[in-house]
Design a protein around this ligand. Structure first.
Ligand code: ATP
Ligand code: MG
Length: 664
């Protein structure tokens, strides 16, 4: 049981609101009627959403909750996720539509229609079968953000194999753990990928992951489960080769025939295994179903992003190695027949305007990204996006962390030209699809609030005893009813599934996040309950103090943690990054800290005033871009830092520790 507050203190107040654009509302995929329908009969609402998919054999039962907390949705129906994402469009005459405008970091491009994807997934499916991979087998995918990553995922789905995508930036050790956990039979990788202008090798990391590390190590034996390594040639760099085990993609896949009948699987057949980001501890290996997951991903993509597949160009900047890439690059958008941009590289290669250049070039209309990226662009300054024509954009999305109200305002003004609505979408690897978000044609938004549960999803904020808190108060975010795309468990560990998510409050899914209901009942995400501070008896969340800091014109990004303090129990410690394009910021860190302390005191009150404010050039983040407060807390409390395997850049921690010691 987590022991935080009875309720959380409600610090931040926000009065700005933005109505949906009239033109968008007039043609929106989802109107207010959507909430009404779901309110009358939630299961019937999901049944109708499910009927938009192509089923091989129809389902008769919507939800079977008899084995709670493991749900079964649409379980007596059969379908195939790849058939829905690809074949169906070709079958129904949409084969000429562009599925992907691929942009490689070095500037190479490729346009792939749905018909092209159809050819590729069939060849890849036959290629996987020729390597002895079949239904139910697990396949680890360790690739850069290139079309083959999408093709590989869909080819697995096509033959009923279960993919486990491991982000291409992870270490050999992280890869080995994930391969062993799933007992993967095949690893699909590349010689390397392009990262910041150079070649990042991947294949050597696979070799290292599969090898024995010698007596007395964690891996005295070579990996036993993997039979083959299938290697895409991307960079052309030299690669060591294990004869018999290693096979080139172009040798195995290219000669195959482009004819393959999808494997029709039960709706509950597992589609993939995926690990959480590891922001709060050791990553958890979750698995999702085929039918319910696909319903959740496709339906929310259609109503939250208002996708008009004939005219929109949609770009989700996440890596396919994260749940956002799974649900909102591969399964949701492709099932809806979207035309997408897929970009291999980083936002500042070869220049800091690269993303905006891509938006201009392809006429992107819908952009879905993360607060970490927005804050980075704020730091670099608005002169950079201002150089590009962003007038094609009509809708902006955010996911991954609470978005600071000032970052939201910047995103709306600088990127969205003050005309695009913003959908701040709250969800998790576990939830499979978006749970809380405005609907762009319906909801009047408030900067920093994810607003309300999407239709068909039941959410509440409760106190320690599991009782709903009244409007104006904060507590624990819970999901009160099962939903189609909910995780089906932690791979191979039902006990850990139950104890992680269902043991806190009877019958409620506990997400691990704090939230508050404002006076209107709208939801504000307040970060992890693990990050809640107790300062002189006040229960404070790091998020609201970060919001206040980012509201100061000097600050681009802020990370707040609570550190033990003899006087107050815990004290607020803040790490801030200043903006690059604002004149008059003092060089002296103490002067900056003094000004910001005054600002926080004025904005939210003396109790929230940071004891320590450090100006830093980076804060530690996961490879998916989330701030890792637990590591900053370790530093602030002078402990050795915890699990850093999912950290993007470990030198950041040394720089911060060095800075703290110098300041003592
Ligand atoms: P781990 O569970 O291993 O600690 P993680 O929670 O970071 O990792 P993800 O599933 O990638 O792994 O992230 C989900 C979390 O991200 C949510 O629980 C929430 O804390 C945060 N999050 C995602 N979207 C939003 C959002 N729009 N607003 C606020 N927080 C968000
Ligand atoms: Mg989590």
């Amino acid at each position: 049981m987590v022991t935080v507050a009875h309720t959380l203190e409600n610090l931040h107040t926000e009065r700005r609101t933005f109505k949906p654009p009239v033109s968008l509302a007039a043609h929106a995929n989802a109107t207010a009627y959507e909430y009404k329908k779901a309110g009358v009969d939630r299961l019937e609402y999901w049944r109708e959403a499910a009927l938009r998919l192509a089923w091989h054999e129809p389902f008769t039962e919507i939800l079977d909750w008899s084995d709670a907390p493991v749900s079964r949705w649409f379980h007596d129906g059969t379908l195939n996720a790849c058939d829905n994402a690809v074949d169906r469009h070709v079958r129904e005459g949409r084969g000429d539509r562009v599925a992907f405008h691929f942009v490689g970091e070095p500037g190479d491009t490729e346009t792939l229609t749905y018909a092209d994807m159809h050819e590729r997934v069939q060849k890849a499916a036959n290629g996987l079968l020729s390597l002895g991979v079949g239904k139910g087998d697990r396949v680890a995918i360790y690739l850069p953000q290139i079309p083959e990553a999408v093709v590989a995922m869909l080819a697995c789905a096509r033959i009923g194999a279960i993919h486990s995508v491991v982000f291409g930036g992870f270490s050999a050790e992280s890869l080995r753990q994930r391969i062993d956990d799933a007992e993967a039979k095949l690893v699909i990788t590349a010689d390397g990928g392009n990262r910041r202008g150079s070649h990042l090798a991947l294949k050597p990391l696979v070799d290292e992951a599969l090898a024995s590390h010698g007596e007395g190590t964690a891996h005295p034996e070579p990996c036993a489960s993997v039979e083959h390594v299938l290697v895409v040639r991307r960079t052309g760099q030299d690669t060591a080769w294990t004869e018999g085990r290693d096979r080139w993609w172009h040798d195995v896949v290219d000669p195959q025939t482009a004819a393959h009948e999808p494997e029709w699987v039960d709706a509950e057949h597992p589609l993939f295994i995926l690990y959480t980001s590891g922001t709060t501890g050791t990553p958890k290996g979750l698995f999702h179903s085929t039918g319910g997951y696909l319903v959740g991903a496709a339906h929310t993509h259609r109503i939250v992003f208002d996708l008009k597949p004939e005219t929109d160009v949609y770009w989700c900047t996440a890596d396919v190695g994260w749940i956002t890439g799974h649900s909102y690059i591969v399964y949701g958008p492709m099932t809806n027949g979207a035309t997408q941009v897929l970009y291999e590289g980083t936002p500042n290669t070869p220049h800091e305007g690269r993303w905006w250049e891509i938006v201009q070039e392809y006429g992107v209309t819908i952009l879905y990204t993360a607060p970490t990226a927005i804050r980075t662009f704020m730091k670099w300054g608005e002169a950079i996006p201002d150089r590009f024509d962003l007038s094609s954009l009509r809708l902006l999305g955010s996911v991954g962390e609470p978005i600071n109200p000032e970052a939201w305002m910047w995103y709306r003004r600088v990127i969205g030209g003050d005309r695009c609505p913003i959908v701040d979408t709250w969800w998790q690897t576990e939830t499979g699809s978006i749970m809380i978000s405005p609907l762009p044609g319906v909801t009047a938004t408030k900067p920093g609030s994810a607003m309300t549960p999407v239709p068909g999803v039941a959410i509440d904020v409760v106190d320690d005893a599991g009782r709903p808190v009244p409007n104006g108060e904060g507590g624990y975010l819970v999901i009160t009813e099962p939903w189609p795309s909910m995780l089906r468990g932690i791979w191979g560990n039902r006990h850990r599934y139950v104890s992680t998510y269902w043991n806190h409050f009877d019958g409620l899914y506990f997400a691990g996040d704090g939230a508050k209901k404002d006076v209107d009942g709208d939801l504000w995400l307040l970060g992890r309950v693990d990050d809640v501070m107790n300062v002189s008896g006040h229960r404070l969340t790091t998020t609201e103090i970060e919001h206040a800091l980012v509201a100061h014109p000097w600050v681009a990004e802020a990370a707040v943690v609570g550190a033990n303090d003899e006087v107050t129990g815990q004290a607020v410690v803040a790490f801030v990054i200043v903006r690059g394009d604002v004149a008059g910021i003092p060089d002296d860190g103490e002067a900056v800290a003094g000004e910001l302390r005054k600002h926080v005191r004025k904005q939210i009150g003396p109790v929230a005033t940071p004891r320590t404010i450090m100006v830093v050039s980076e804060v530690p983040k996961t490879r998916s871009g989330k701030i890792m407060r637990r590591l900053l807390r370790d530093v602030a409390e002078n402990r050795p830092v915890g699990d850093v395997t999912t950290l993007a850049d470990s030198s950041v921690m040394d720089a911060i520790r060095g800075g703290l010691e110098a300041g003592k």
